[in-house]
Design a protein around this ligand. Sequence first.
Ligand code: SF4
Ligand code: SF4
Length: 460
Amino acid sequence: MTKPVSKVREAKLELYRKKGKIHAKAVSGRFNTLRWAMVWLTQIVFYGACWLQYDAVGGARQAILFDIAERKFHLFGLTLWPQDALLLAIALILAAMGLFLVTALAGRLFCGFVCPQTVYTMLFTWIEAKVEGDHLARLKLDQAPMSAEKLARRVTKHGLWLVLAGWTGFTFVGYFTPIRELAGHLATWNVGPWEGFWVLFYAAFTYVQAGFAREAVCQHMCPYSRFQGVMFDAGTRTVSYDVGRGEPRGKALQDMPAGDCIDCGVCVQVCPTGIDIRDGLQYQCINCGLCADACDEVMTKVAKPVGLIRFASELELTGTPRASGRPRLAVYGGLMAVFIGLGGWTLGQRSPLLVDVLRDRGSLAREGADGRIENAYTLKLMNLVEAPRDFEVAVSGLPGIDIVGTREFASEAGSVKAVQVTVSAPADGAGSGVRHIAFEIRAKQDPAARVVEKSTFFLP
Ligand code: SF4
Ligand code: SF4
């Protein structure tokens, strides 16, 4: 017996857009020019900054280096240590606030103009266009059966992509390990396992993300596209289609004259994410402005004013007067000012010397040859400046308390040095028990590098 066929139509849940590869039409215009200017700017900085050298006291070193092995972050003359994590946290908060502020002002500007995903997709697409031709030629090539020419073009394209991805991976790792040494290691096939792994990992990551995933990252993987809406308000200027001016699109209707949109579809053809901006604000839109460039070109050809698609807010498009100010801008701007101030203050208060005092737990106290009581300590001297320092240690807190033996210690530039210090006090100076004392450590070359650390002295 056959089962009755269910008449119920299955509801389809689309977790991602099932669409072929997008081959966007090339377009020129002010936003395209601005995007390429940002590509040049960001990539000159990224590929170039890791090669800059800085003349530190101990010799030239890489100017920008997140030295993971030594747990230091060099930024020209400034060296940050793990103890400066607060500064890093402030920098990250500032970056987030800056992003929120820009988004509230002009939508996903970061996505359309400076996000690495956008920038590398542009570079990879540029290579693709140089090798395989314009968007129509690429579509044709995709559909054509494999041939010697197709194979040659594909091999050339992927070869160039791999070179760019490899150089990107190498450059990225060069910010975490000295890039000149890394280049030497790679040239002699003598690269360490972790360095090799991360170079390959970032190269593969770039190759896949920019060569294959492209706009899918912006649409389905990037969390920012999903929560950007909370930063928008009616005054946020995003790339928008002026419905009032453009509709009804195409030909004039019986009782209504045609709008300015001639329904040519060029704005859709140039969109790197394959959407139609005329459908309204969509989370897939990265605010790149290419559709605005394309439409301006069309409007110029049909002798109509440009700006049918433009950066405009909801209030501007609907002609609604602003009822009040924009508190979110004040909040983001205010928070940025607070964190800039906090960062500046933290940097100003930063001591060039940090000291940890550890009591020797093995023996609480011992009696010296002269009858005085001695306690032993380990002092961890962290010289945070890029210059050698001579540190002088003094102790106070008990009558007659003093350091036994050497009290001066030399420390190398940007180093941590553990030194043993013995302190003695008269046995009958202050009764028995635990007494509070203080170490004062100062750099002989720099009076500002002075630290007072509390500790205890045990008198039996
Ligand atoms: S490019 Fe301009 S005129 Fe052409 S379809 Fe898009 S909005 Fe309409
Ligand atoms: S709709 Fe326009 S602004 Fe948005 S992604 Fe497409 S081309 Fe860029």
